[in-house]
Design a protein. Structure first.
Length: 486
């Protein structure tokens, strides 16, 4: 008896791929001015420069999967999405998109600024091929998702970028499209709406739709995407499982940052240098002018507590240093200087790599330049995608009092580190007794890596035990517990 035909192999069936690109390239012609364009049109000489935004890209996106695209600014990510969306044509190569798609590539793209939000819903849906009855049927869902309230009937020109995002995402998310292209949607808007967008993307994936997501939020790429493509200057640098590609990207980013070293990048008007009596490896400090707005900007970049707004208004001077032109990493009023910070194992040996469940000690040696009354010592942990993990201090734990003047080492001991695999950043700080003014704060300046021995997912491994209750009719219940706690 012949066996039934199992059908086509999903791994070799061409229908399994919803987007296919081969040798895809995009060139832009850059003219210095309109005069150069005019002379080239009527003459034989070339008056433009060529810029290849993409060169020889080959990749496939599987139906029902999420595909992330990462890379630095100018790497060609948005250009690639515009090619997939059909907004732009490739210069050479082959690109095949095998299903209808909806896009959210640019805030306000397709909106008429003088129309209200409601009118723009009808305009956009009409341009996407829907008739009035279809639009009316979907209107409540679109309005409910956008949550614009009375602003729905205000002109779009009055919208903030976050409000425009809400409207654009709500329209795109309620189209009957198999492919959803999203460019940096998670970078705009409040956290509530970002979570709402993430839930909608997860819902699409559960329905078997395909997502192509461009984002600088590496945690979003790692958690939402199955596969990822890393673009570097228009070419494929890496491609494969999203977690692996993100790790390769972070490795290179750290190598580049380390090779550039420390440099000051904040504009500091009339900033005199302050000498630090500490090892030569310590970065120099700079002092800001009496500028509350500048101090507030520093604190916002450092993710200071809300109470820091009072410090920004009333403290006349503050010192800080920056790392690689990004967030300020060292700030402080000068009463305390950190001399050394080490990450130690249970034997007291410095390490940068730990395993889940091992002992970790963060030891900080500091010197006070004047007597400091009831200082607050703190250590904070962040994952390298800016997820805040934990931040205890001596004030919360009630373990430090008195006045200190001299050289000291404080340490915090995590006897069983619960963190799962990843890279983590450590901040160390000494605040004044009000917890408003940092005497010194090394913001995410120290890094370590964690590896795990068994498969677990999430941020931490919490100690736990499993149990099972068997319910037998007329015979009570029997409880079974595992013989070990994990």
């Amino acid at each position: 008896m012949p066996l039934p035909d199992p059908g086509p192999d999903p791994l070799t069936n061409s229908d399994a791929w919803v987007i296919e690109a081969e040798g895809l390239s995009k060139r832009f012609e850059i003219y210095l001015n309109d005069r150069s364009r005019f002379f080239e049109f009527f003459g034989r000489r070339r008056h433009h420069e060529e810029h290849w935004a993409l060169r020889d890209l080959s990749f496939k996106v599987r139906r029902g999967r999420s595909f992330g695209v990462i890379g630095a600014n100018g790497a060609g990510k948005s250009t690639l999405l515009k090619l997939i969306a059909g907004i732009s044509e490739p210069t050479r190569g082959r690109l095949e998109v095998k299903a209808p798609l909806s896009t959210l590539l640019d805030l306000g793209l397709g909106f008429h600024s003088n129309f209200t939000g409601r009118e723009n819903i009808f305009l956009n849906c009409t341009l996407l091929g829907m008739d009035r009855d279809e639009i009316e049927a979907r209107l409540p869902a679109i309005i409910g998702f956008a949550e614009l309230g009375e602003f729905l009937d205000y002109p779009v020109r009055t919208y903030s970028s976050g409000m425009a995002l809400r409207l654009g995402f709500a329209i795109a998310a309620h189209m009957d499209s198999e492919i959803f292209l999203v460019d940096e949607v998670l970078a705009v808007g409040d956290q509530y709406f970002q979570r709402k967008c993430v839930r909608k993307i997860e819902e699409f994936l559960e329905l078997g739709r395909t997502i192509v997501l461009v984002s600088h939020d590496l945690h979003a790429i790692r958690s939402l995407c199955d596969d990822a493509l890393w673009l570097d200057q228009g070419q494929v640098r890496a491609m494969g499982p999203a977690r692996e590609v993100v790790e390769q990207y972070l490795d290179l980013d750290r190598q580049r940052a380390a090779s550039r070293g420390h440099k000051s990048a904040w504009p500091v008007p009339s900033a005199p240098e302050v000498t630090i009596p500490s090892p030569s490896a310590a970065p120099r400090f700079l002092t800001t002018a009496d500028d509350p707005e500048l101090r507030r900007a520093i604190m916002a970049a450092c993710a200071m507590p809300d109470a820091a707004a009072r410090w920004a208004e009333h403290t006349p001077t503050q010192s800080f240093e920056t790392y690689d032109g990004e967030r300020p990493v060292i700030i402080g009023s000068g009463e305390v200087r950190v001399l050394d910070t080490q990450l130690l194992d249970r034997h007291g040996q410095p390490r940068q790599r730990f395993r889940t469940g091992e002992s970790l000690v963060v030891a900080v040696t500091f010197r006070t330049t004047t007597p400091v009354e009831r200082p607050i010592l703190g250590v904070a942990l962040h994952r390298n995608d800016d997820v805040y993990v934990f931040g205890p201090n001596t004030r919360f734990d009630g373990v430090l009092d008195g006045t200190y003047h001299g050289i000291y080492t404080y340490f915090i001991h995590y006897p069983r580190l619960p963190l799962l695999s990843g890279r983590y950043l450590v901040s160390v700080a000494v605040f004044d007794k009000s917890h408003l003014k940092p005497h010194v704060w090394h913001n995410r300046l120290y890094e370590f890596e964690v590896a795990q021995d068994v498969e677990d997912h999430g941020l931490v491994r919490l100690e736990h035990a499993w149990g099972l209750i068997t319910h037998v009719e007329g015979d009570g219940a029997r409880v079974e517990l595992t013989d070990r706690t994990r």
